[in-house]
Every structure is written in C-alpha cells, then in structure tokens.
Write a protein that binds this ligand. Structure first.
Ligand SMILES: Cc1cc2nc3c(=O)[nH]c(=O)nc-3n(C[C@H](O)[C@H](O)[C@H](O)COP(=O)(O)OP(=O)(O)OC[C@H]3O[C@@H](n4cnc5c(N)ncnc54)[C@H](O)[C@@H]3O)c2cc1C
Ligand code: FES
Length: 289
C-alpha cells in the first residue's frame, strides 16, 4: 500500500517485504495541539495533545517520537521517544506521562495549552494479549509505569483481569495508580521507604498471585531487577511474559541501528533494534542491563 491519495502519510515504518504488525495503524508526522501539560508531582508531567485521527490508532506499548521544543533557545537535536500513556478516542487526544530529565523533556515541560507539538508515530511493536489469558500481572517501576498503563485499557477492552504492582521510591512518585484503578485493575503499591519494594517482598506477592491462578502472563518495564525477578518466576512456573525496553534512539523507525540491544534466543545472542523490533519483547529473550 502506498501513500494515501489525499495525504502525506506512509502506511507503516516498513522495509520492503517485512511483515506489518499493525496494517490499520498509519504512521505519520502530526502537528498536534497541546490541551494540557500539568505537573502531577515534583518530577513528572502529564501532557495531553489533540491529534489527527491516525495518531489515535496507537496501540498499548507503542511510542511516538517527539520533536521537543528547546528549553533555552539552544539546539535540541533529534526527537525523544515516548510511550503512549493513554489514547482518548472520543476526545481525539493522545496523552504522555513523562519525567522531566534533560533538555528534551525540559523543553516539553514548557509547552502551554494551545501550543503546537510535532509528534511522529505511532511506532514500534506493542504489547500483545493472547485470547486464553484471563488474568495478567503487571509490574513496573518509576516511569516504566507510564509505558505499562495502556495495558490496563487494552485488558479492560478484552475482559482480562489485571493485577498491577506499582513500584516507586516513595508514595509521592507512584505513577498511574488512578488509571489502572479506573479501569478495574487491582493495584498494589510497593515503595523503597518502607522496603516493601524489595525483590523478596515483590516475589512473595507474585508467588501468591500465581497460587491464586491470577497470573497467566507477566508484563514489566522500568527496572532490571524486577525484569530478572519476573524472568525467574516465569521460567519456574512456565508463565509467558513481555518487557518494554528503553534505549537511546535517533531515527525511531529502524534505519540508523543506534538502538540495538542484545537478546538471547534459544541460547544464541542476537542484536535487535528496540525502535523497530520492539520496544516490547518476549521477556525471556531480553538480556538484562
Ligand atoms: C520506547 C521508549 C518509551 C519511553 N517512554 C517514556 C515515557 O512514557 N515517559 C518518560 O518519561 N520517558 C520515557 N522514555 C524515556 C525518554 O525517552 C527519555 O527520558 C528522554 O528521551 C530523555 O530526553 P531528555 O532530552 O530529557 O534527556 P537527556 O538525558 O538530555 O537526553 C539525551 C539523549 O539521550 C536520550 N535518552 C536519555 N534517556 C533516555 C531513555 N531513558 N531512553 C531513551 N533515550 C534516552 C534522549 O532521547 C536524548 O537523545 C521512553 C524511552 C523509550 C525508548
Ligand atoms: S533508532 Fe534508528 S534504528 Fe532504532
């Protein structure tokens, strides 16, 4: 399929002959309009952007590549990758939950309602839910919870039960609780301040969920130690899983190979592009960092 007759949108970030995971999800560069950009705590902001209808086809786990404004008038080379936090099809909006870190996200933090914002996507391969999964366990830490949050939307649409274990440094920076709970997920918060986020405690929680039959699949993002825990428990109980991976990106659609990471498939180490082959991968194939 070539470009649409009346638009400038390509149909996908595809190489010739490659499989299109999302044939109905047109990829493009869109100029959205900022609706809101509010601080939700000292570190994180929530950006709501009114977008072209094609951008609303973003799937849980996919990302947009954002052209961030400059925070200080100097250059901001390259776009910044950001998971889609929520898609509001009725209002025609895409939302991002982001941590204000370096110059790109500091530039994003300056956006005001009514400003234009250039986003490219939706890009990459997102989460998949198998039809026979009735209950899933979602375990995320920090900003990884923003990436996992749309799983709650996807699971609610499919009638799949979700237990979300939200890990954070302290209670003030626990992310996405409202979104998970609003969509019917059972949420458990674990934090460093009372040591409930310790791997041994999280392991006890997950073992109980497995024993209850509430863990048909595992999902994680945002922490290497939690990835390793879920890999170990997944192997032990033969539970499949997916992990969303972060990596520095340049093009975001498979051309530059900057985002390569090592994976292990049947004992063989292979390199994959996080932007194009992921960012969501089979949990057991991911090699920790
Ligand atoms: C698939 C994917 C989804 C993401 N989703 C989110 C999200 O939902 N919310 C959120 O807050 N953050 C998310 N991130 C991380 C986000 O891309 C970085 O925080 C952001 O690029 C930092 O840019 P900066 O200019 O503020 O920081 P700087 O440190 O100044 O950035 C310098 C360079 O490093 C890159 N970089 C820095 N940190 C990261 C990182 N963790 N991952 C990838 N590139 C990085 C930047 O893109 C830039 O090119 C995601 C990253 C990936 C790969
Ligand atoms: S960022 Fe260019 S190939 Fe992934």
């Amino acid at each position: 399929m070539g470009p649409e007759p009346k638009g400038n949108y390509t149909n996908s970030a595809l190489r010739v002959g490659a499989t299109d995971h999302y044939p109905q999800r047109l990829v493009g560069e869109f100029i959205g309009t900022v609706v809101a950009n509010d601080a939700i705590n000292d570190e994180y902001k929530h950006l709501v952007v009114a977008v072209h209808e094609h951008a609303l086809k973003a799937y849980a786990g996919q990302m947009f590549h954002l052209l961030c404004p400059s925070p200080d008038g100097a250059e901001v080379w390259m776009r910044r990758p950001m998971s889609v936090y929520r898609v509001d099809k009725t209002a025609g909006r895409v939302e991002f939950l982001y941590k204000v870190e370096g110059r790109g996200t500091k530039g994003m933090a300056t956006l005001q309602p009514g400003d234009e914002f250039n986003i490219a996507g939706p890009l990459g391969v997102g989460f998949k839910l198998q039809p026979d999964w009735k209950n899933i366990v979602v375990l995320g830490r920090g900003v990884g919870l923003a990436t996992l949050a749309p799983l709650s939307q996807l699971a609610a649409e499919r009638g799949v039960g979700v237990t979300a274990i939200l890990s954070a440094r302290n209670a003030a920076v626990v992310m996405s609780r409202d979104l998970f709970e609003g969509l019917g997920a059972r949420t458990l918060t674990v934090v460093d301040t009372d040591r409930s986020s310790a791997v041994e405690n999280v392991e006890t929680i997950i073992e109980a969920l497995v024993a209850e039959g509430k863990a048909d699949a595992f999902f994680t993002c945002g922490s290497n130690r939690l990835l390793k825990l879920m890999q170990r428990l997944g192997k032990k109980h033969n539970i499949p899983g997916q992990v969303a991976v972060e990596q520095i990106m340049v093009c975001g659609f498979g051309a530059c190979y900057v985002c390569m990471r090592t994976f292990e498939v049947n004992g063989v180490r292979v390199l994959r592009r996080v932007c194009r082959d992921g960012p969501v991968f089979d949990m057991q194939e991911a090699v920790g960092w």
